[in-house]
Design a protein around this ligand. Sequence first.
Ligand code: UTP
Length: 276
Amino acid sequence: MRILHCVIPAAGLGTRFLPATKVLPKEMLPVLDRPAIQWGVEEAVAAGAQKMVVVINAGKEMIQAHFTPQPQLEAVLEARGKTEELRSVRASDHLASFDWVHQDEPHGLGHAVLCAAEVVGDNPFLCLLPDDLSVGATPVLRQLHEAFGQLHTPILALKRVPKEQISRYGCATVAETRGRWHRVTRVVEKPGAGKAESDLAIMGRYVFPSSIFPALQRLKPGVGGEIQLTDGIAALLAEGEVWGVEFEGELLDVGTPLGWLETNLRLAAKHPKLMV
Ligand code: UTP
């Protein structure tokens, strides 16, 4: 079964990037020549998705505007013969179809995903957090979609991290392994120091069945008083198998000043016009 929807939660507060994100959505911070969220949408399209469901909140309308035609700007570029610039401006309007859903309060990532329920309906869907960019031969979300095509279960992106860092992430315990695929037996959000059962961190790329929505609906607030996506994944584990892909390539952080700076430098070093 081919998946068409990709849910992109973008209603967080971006506190780690203040004061830059006081007014400007962190998803609109430029990474090289385009906003961070455009890299995410391009990855979702490369993974096979055609319908983006972006979760935003009041103050993030600028994200919506970025993916909407801007006729005045286009007219000026056309009149000035700026063909290349015009092409790049139009490219972001034609990448995919967009639905915009609102999360009124930042009740957590699980709650943000739940906000997409009505648009996604009974379909399985991809989910991508835009504060990491995928680099490598095959986009990370595509690797997950390919695994779903064979396994037909929820799929998580997994990365091995040093033991002292695992308490920053959701942590997956795994049993059976088939190459880079691991069957997940338990997930814990931000395990306390020394309590993690593995070094496999759950990263911000997923494939979910629509049954995650009622599971999220039933949840009570977890760590930090938020509705945690990891708790929704735990509920899926109670219903059936969940697999993880220890993906090839890298996810580069753009949600913190240091990560954003390093990612820009890494990408610029490979960019024909921007080599530093
Ligand atoms: P993060 O916790 O990494 O992002 O959430 P944040 O909350 O925006 O940033 P910090 O931690 O305060 O710096 C991961 C993703 O989930 C979205 C965020 O927009 C981000 O893409 N999110 C998080 C929501 O959409 N709603 C929420 O309530 C929380």
